[in-house]
Design a protein around this ligand. Structure first.
Ligand SMILES: O=C(O)C1=C[C@@H](OP(=O)(O)O)[C@@H](O)[C@H](O)C1
Ligand SMILES: C=C(OP(=O)(O)O)C(=O)O
Length: 414
């Protein structure tokens, strides 16, 4: 049996960094993710005037409940958590702030979030395209109140506003008209409570009380989206693989990817503090139709193993994957076609037909998930290469070493 240690969750690390910065007192994060996204987040916090000490598995952050207090420029790199959460932290402070991001992140929308901030009285201006980075905020605190939000394109808009709630004078009442990636909001609410905030949800209405956050010692759980590549690898090769640290109490919805693998014929055990997947003999997977609106970061993982199923794999309700690091529906379709697989896409779906992939050069699209997903295909298809394998640095800089060791272990075991 194989055990793979997965690095910390990007989503949990980003939220913990925000909460630590906003809290009264000194927070310690245990086993945070060290990757381009989280380094971008800490670099942004430092630019905003926060003090962080980063030993490898232990970061400490001095909170500043009054928020950033001097003018600053922040470069958010490719990270949407950085690009969507930090402007909100700045808005709660005082000063003139400018935020910019990479070309990839500049293309990704944040209009519903910046509109909501304006509705709350924040003086915010997009420098170039409306609803996109770069942007300027002349911050003078946020009074709070009631807003309506469409989070149908990204749950991160709602997460950012929820995080802001306790930092407002009067609290926030957010009525959500649509919500994609809903489990990420559950992570947000659970973590806000761990840092002392009061949040309630009644159907589509979230209420957040004022009163700030309290520092905590916070252990970061392993990243469930990253774990999906290893679970898929076991499913595809008929092996048994365990990921410690992700069990029944895990915060991340992406762990539900193992339920998809179970429907495809894998044996899945979700224990109190670990999850094990055992692929069917010979990796003979079943086809299926699955709605991935809640867990769409794992859509490319499924797309990459789908050709090996005995019937079509149809993934529905994933329109939002078109506004990620790349247009993931088109990118997956292009790469599957390069592998010789028959595939169809619609505005919000992809259908992959069974086939035998032929090894070839694939396009990375600067998207870590494209590279990690099709590396799994490579377990059964020799000769797959990528034009930009290093883009895994966004969430898992050591991916190729760790995945390579797994390949070797399995090759030796026969
Ligand atoms: O809040 C978060 O940490 C995230 C939310 C999801 O984004 P969307 O809500 O934009 O789908 C997910 O895809 C992203 O990787 C991380
Ligand atoms: C979409 C992703 O990242 P983000 O939105 O946080 O940039 C991802 O990690 O797949």
């Amino acid at each position: 049996m194989t055990t793979v240690e997965i690095p910390g969750s990007k989503s949990v690390t980003a939220r913990a960094l925000f909460l630590a910065a906003a809290a009264e007192g000194t927070t310690t994060l245990l086993r945070p993710l060290r990757s381009d996204d989280t380094e971008g987040f800490t670099e942004g916090l430092r630019a905003l005037g926060y003090t962080l000490t980063a030993a490898p598995d232990r970061w400490t952050i001095e909170g500043r409940p009054q928020g950033p207090a001097h003018d600053a420029e922040v470069y958010c790199r490719d990270g949407a958590t950085t690009a969507r959460f930090l402007p909100v932290l700045a808005a709660a402070g005082r000063g003139d702030f400018r935020f910019d991001a990479s070309a990839q992140m500049r293309r990704r929308p944040l209009g519903p979030l910046t509109e909501a901030l304006r509705a709350l009285g924040v003086d915010l201006r997009h420098e170039e395209a409306e609803g996109h980075h770069p942007l300027r905020i002349a911050a003078d605190g946020v009074r709070g109140g009631s807003i309506t939000l469409d989070a149908g394109l990204s749950s991160q808009y709602l997460t950012a506003l929820l995080l802001l709630g306790p930092l407002t004078e009067q609290g926030l009442r957010i009525t959500v008209t649509d919500l994609v990636s809903a489990p990420y909001v559950e992570i947000t609410v659970a973590m806000m409570r761990s840092f002392g905030a009061t949040v309630t949800r009644t159907g589509r209405v979230f209420e957040v009380a004022p009163g700030g956050y309290r520092a905590a010692t916070y252990p970061v759980e392993p990243d469930a989206s990253t774990a999906s590549y290893f679970f898929a690898a076991a499913a595809l090769t008929g092996r048994r693989l365990t990921v410690p640290g992700l069990g029944k109490d895990a915060l991340q919805g992406d762990l539900r990817f193992v339920d998809v693998l179970a429907r495809m014929g894998a044996r899945v055990e979700v224990g109190s503090d670990r999850t094990t997947v055992e692929g069917p003999a010979g990796g003979r997977l079943s086809g299926l139709t699955v709605d991935m609106r809640d867990i769409s970061d794992t859509m490319p993982t499924l797309a990459a193993v789908a050709p090996f199923a005995d019937a079509p794999v149809r993934i529905e309700n994933v329109a939002n994957t078109r506004v990620k690091e790349c247009d993931r529906l088109d990118a997956c379709a292009e790469n599957l076609r390069r592998l010789g697989i028959d595939v169809a896409t619609g505005p919000d779906l992809i259908e992959i037909r069974p086939g035998t992939p032929r090894g070839t050069a694939l396009a990375s699209y600067g998207d870590h998930r494209m590279v990690m997903s099709f590396s799994v295909t490579g377990l059964r298809t020799p000769g797959i290469t990528f034009d930009d394998p290093g883009c895994v640095r966004k969430t898992f800089p050591e991916f190729h070493e760790v995945f390579g060791r797994l390949r070797e272990e399995w090759a030796t075991a026969g």
